[in-house]
Design a protein around this ligand. Structure first.
Ligand code: VAH
Length: 311
């Protein structure tokens, strides 16, 4: 990877990934793009790009002669359920544009899938790398179709496509927008602000979670791995922890003893959460490219509370 174009650069992952890539590969070698105009915290090229505009996408990739495309622009699970047709157009239209640009310029390609690509008939515990995927959300349909599309471009055109199935990501730089796991971010802000939080996800609802530094390191490590080592290409299961709201409550109370967690369950997002696994098996990622998460719930909570307090 030498010249990288990132879509969705103003999003929860993109905003931090661009900074980390710029520190690693040089600011001028990382072209940040997003539908929002506005630029990045660290200096470097920025272009306003709607990924459903294939022409413009192609124009920027050629202009900067990129050798890698990291496609992050997408609508997340809860928002996608409220606007399924738009989610299809953005998530699938944007992805096929990204893959076509990558094919034309023969770049390396990364796009994330999600634990959202699994459904209620998927084994819920230690969810295998290769298993039944019948998601019941538009986001999940987009993610399964995306995994298959990326595999197709690899087998049909030899495109070097790679991806991971992200768990819920927790971060303090940019708030997530429209996800089902967003409660796990909001809880830290509310704990600092008012020592209490009302969760829209019910007690006892386990989902995979990961701290953003581990997510960013996983992307870069996967992309830098010798392709000969990869038996899978896209959609590696990766996770750092399986946690429910009460686990976050306990972890926060170790720092803020008076913290109180209440519940006001949102049926729509609860339904999405219950269709996803309790915990997935990341063995393939560990074996094929040395995936390792550094942060467990306690370490993440300590760092998140510090960072949110300083924000
Ligand atoms: C969402 N944060 O909630 C995203 C992610 C696994 C969850 O895909 O939609």
């Amino acid at each position: 990877m030498k010249k990288i174009l990132v879509t969705g650069a103003m999003g929860q992952i993109g905003s931090e990934l661009v900074d980390q890539l710029r520190h690693t590969y040089g600011a001028s070698n990382v072209i940040a793009t997003d539908i929002k105009s506005g630029g990045q915290s660290t200096e470097g090229p920025y272009e306003t790009l709607d990924v459903t505009d294939g022409e413009r996408f192609h124009e920027f990739a050629k202009k900067y002669q990129v050798d890698t495309i990291m496609h992050l622009a997408a609508l997340l699970s809860a928002k996608a359920e409220n606007n399924p047709k738009f989610a299809w157009d953005l998530n699938m239209g944007g992805l096929v544009n990204a893959l076509e640009v990558a094919r034309d310029l023969n770049t390396q390609f990364f796009t994330p899938s999600s634990i959202g690509s699994f459904g209620p008939s998927t084994p819920k515990d230690q969810t295998p790398q290769d298993t039944l995927q019948r998601p019941t959300t538009m986001y999940g349909v987009n993610k399964v179709a995306g995994e298959l599309l990326c595999d197709y471009y690899y087998h049909r055109f030899g495109l070097d496509t790679r991806g991971v199935r992200f768990p819920g990501l927790i971060s303090y730089v940019t708030l997530p927008g429209g996800g089902t796991t967003d409660y796990a971010v909001d809880i830290y802000y509310e704990a600092v602000k008012q020592q209490s939080y009302t969760s829209f996800i019910a007690e006892g609802t386990y989902m995979d979670m990961m701290y953003m530094p581990d997510a960013l390191n996983a992307i870069i490590k996967l992309m830098e791995t010798d392709p000969a080592k990869l038996k899978h290409r896209n959609a590696f299961n990766i996770t750092a922890m399986s946690a429910a709201p009460e686990d976050f409550e306990k972890a926060i109370q170790a720092h803020i003893p008076e913290f109180k967690l209440y519940y006001d369950v949102d049926p729509a997002r609860q339904r999405i959460a219950e269709s996803w696994p309790n915990g997935i098996d990341p063995t393939a990622a560990k074996e094929e490219w040395g995936f390792k998460a550094e942060y467990d719930l306690a370490a993440m909570t300590k760092d998140m509370l510090e960072k949110v307090r300083n924000k």
